[in-house]
Design a protein around this ligand. Structure first.
Ligand SMILES: *[C@@H]1O[C@H](CO)[C@@H](O)[C@H](O)[C@H]1NC(C)=O
Ligand SMILES: *[C@@H]1O[C@H](CO)[C@@H](O)[C@H](O)[C@H]1NC(C)=O
Length: 300
């Protein structure tokens, strides 16, 4: 029981939002790809970094953000986004001139609403199936991909005459996962990580993610954006509870760095393993770290 309580409070620590907007708004996104073709929409997979309300509709999930102060700067108030305002996906939608992508588990997400894509992401979930289980019900990355494959894609094809080989290359596949595999998995088992073990775990994690990307590729995805893991050791509650030098838990941040380095290599390897694909690495770690270090210059 006592250990459960510790786990629960730790969970709360780590699901508190970091910041509203992680995309300084001049970077990255263009509404067209390099051939000048318009991006038709987005399919989004991952954790609270990119969840836009899927967990609202899960029974028995503690990883929810449907109450204030979440959404305090969002036009519709708390929505299940783990941010004050728009999250990175919303900002990307704005830049690509797309409507906001609906959440998969929302019962109103059906029919033509899904024509610009669907968001499958679930706060507290991870690359590994057993990540985040302590939060109750979450949707693992593998299950998110199955939801795309077994629910959305057949619907688009059967009901809307969608030709996957022709159309999926016009959609952006965003994947933002991995942080919780450390916070809500590895470091729950292992408080004093030994470096070689952490390396081995990270290599395992990257291998799994590589398989998941190849699955999306085999289904027809060609454009991928991989989001770096955030400075997970600097979430506001961690900083409020720990009296470390600058408030952050450096062990968690080191793990995030290690993962991000592997993720960058994965981007290079994936370009070869998935011919005709376009894979980009989005360094949201650096963007957020810069904002935390220098909040005034970003107006936060
Ligand atoms: C570190 O982890 C490796 C791999 O799991 C293990 O073989 C080794 O004994 C560990 N070292 C220490 C000091 O715990
Ligand atoms: C990595 O994966 C291998 C094979 O599945 C497993 O035996 C090993 O325990 C894993 N290592 C870590 C640190 O998770």
């Amino acid at each position: 029981m006592a250990s459960h309580q510790i786990i629960n409070s730790r969970l709360l620590l780590l699901t508190i939002p970091i910041l509203a907007c992680v995309f300084p708004c001049s970077c990255y996104a263009r509404a067209t790809d390099k051939n000048g073709a318009r991006i038709r929409g987005m399919f989004v997979f991952g954790s609270s970094l990119v969840d836009n309300g899927n967990n609202n509709f899960l029974k028995n999930s503690m990883a929810k953000a449907d109450f204030l102060p979440y959404g305090i700067d969002f036009p519709y108030g708390p929505s299940g986004r783990f941010t004050n305002g728009k999250n990175v996906i919303d900002v990307l939608c704005d830049q690509l001139k797309l409507p906001l992508v609906p959440a998969f588990t929302d019962p109103s997400t059906k029919g033509t609403k899904i024509i610009h894509g669907v968001n499958y992401a679930s706060g507290a979930s991870g690359i590994l199936d057993d990540t985040g289980l302590l939060a109750g019900n979450v949707i693992s990355l593998n299950q998110q991909i199955r939801n795309f494959e077994e629910v959305t894609l057949p619907f688009l094809e059967a009901e809307m005459g969608f030709q996957r080989r022709e159309l999926l290359p016009k959609y952006l596949f965003v994947v933002g996962s991995g942080g919780n595999d450390y916070s809500f998995n590895y470091f729950l088992r292992q408080s004093n990580a030994n470096v070689s073990d952490l390396e081995a775990f990270t290599a395992n994690l990257t291998r799994k993610l590589s398989g998941q990307l190849q699955k999306l590729y085999s289904l027809g995805g060609r454009k991928f954006a991989l989001m770096a893991v955030n400075p997970i050791g600097c979430s506001p509650m961690v900083m409020a509870n720990r009296r470390t030098r600058n408030g952050c838990i450096e062990g968690l941040n080191k793990a995030a760095h290690l993962f991000n380095a592997h993720l960058k290599s994965l981007v290079d390897v994936s370009k070869e393993q998935m011919p005709g694909s376009n894979v980009v690495f989005v360094n949201s770690y650096k963007m957020i770290r810069d904002i935390i270090k220098n909040p005034v210059s970003r107006g936060t």
